[in-house]
Design a protein. Structure first.
Length: 237
């Protein structure tokens, strides 16, 4: 008659032990997560108040048309496919070096995808100026007739700016001395305005003489208003 009593007692002790173990695991997990959150917050405060990060700056210095192909539809609509090389000057005024992985970005015109931007991997040392970066743009079936028509309307308002948008993801690493952070994924959203009147193509030879387009170089003047970009960044955790 004592055997059932002993079994019930051991069962109760085992249940109490399991409950205590579950509570201990929950407390450990909560403490561990709290420690991680505090560590991330402290790291963010160190970066913000001590390192004081600044957004890297990029300026367009030259455009080279490598190749092109023209297609005419309905005797009035002109499409162009072209490969263009952009020479950019990169500036990094931060205390940390920035290492970029190779990236592919999408180029949009009025919400319509018109090309692909390929940016090679490169490194910006801390407190660096005039790091040359060469990006490649592949344009496919760009409606030139539409752009020309809109430019004629812009002439009436004295605005000759082509507005585009660049979207995509890039991966970067922050380097301090010889220490490198894990790769950070950043979503890029840039509004790009290009004043085509600043391009030194004489007499609009881009449209008057298509033979000139083959491997033609246009060096932009030092006018900051000829090219402008406003970028928004979003970090992935």
């Amino acid at each position: 008659m004592d055997l059932p009593t002993q079994n019930s007692g051991s069962f109760c002790c085992q249940g109490l032990y399991n409950a205590c173990s579950f509570k201990g695991c929950c407390l450990f997990a909560f403490t561990f997560l709290l420690f991680i959150v505090i560590a991330i917050a402290i790291s963010a405060l160190v970066v913000i108040f001590i390192i004081r990060p600044q957004e890297p700056r990029f300026s367009l210095s030259a455009i080279r048309v490598i190749s092109f192909k023209l297609r005419v539809y309905s005797s009035s609509t002109l499409f162009i496919s072209s490969d263009v090389s952009l020479t950019l000057n990169a500036q990094n005024h931060n205390k940390l070096g920035i290492k970029y992985s190779p990236s592919k970005l999408s180029l949009y015109y009025h919400g319509v995808p018109i090309g692909l931007v390929k940016v090679p991997g490169f490194y910006q040392p801390a407190h660096s100026d005039n790091i040359v970066v060469t990006a490649q743009i592949s344009l496919r079936c760009l409606n030139v007739s539409q752009i020309i028509g809109e430019s004629l309307l812009q002439e009436k308002t004295r605005k000759k700016v082509v507005q585009m948008k660049i979207l995509g993801d890039i991966r970067v690493q922050l380097l301090l001395f010889r220490l490198a952070s894990p790769k950070i994924k950043i979503a890029l959203d840039c509004d790009v305005d290009l004043d085509y009147t600043e391009l030194p193509f004489k007499n609009y030879e881009l449209f008057n003489n298509m033979d000139v387009l083959q491997d033609h170089l246009a060096t932009l003047p030092g006018n900051p208003q000829s090219f402008s970009n406003k970028c928004r960044l979003a970090f992935y955790l």
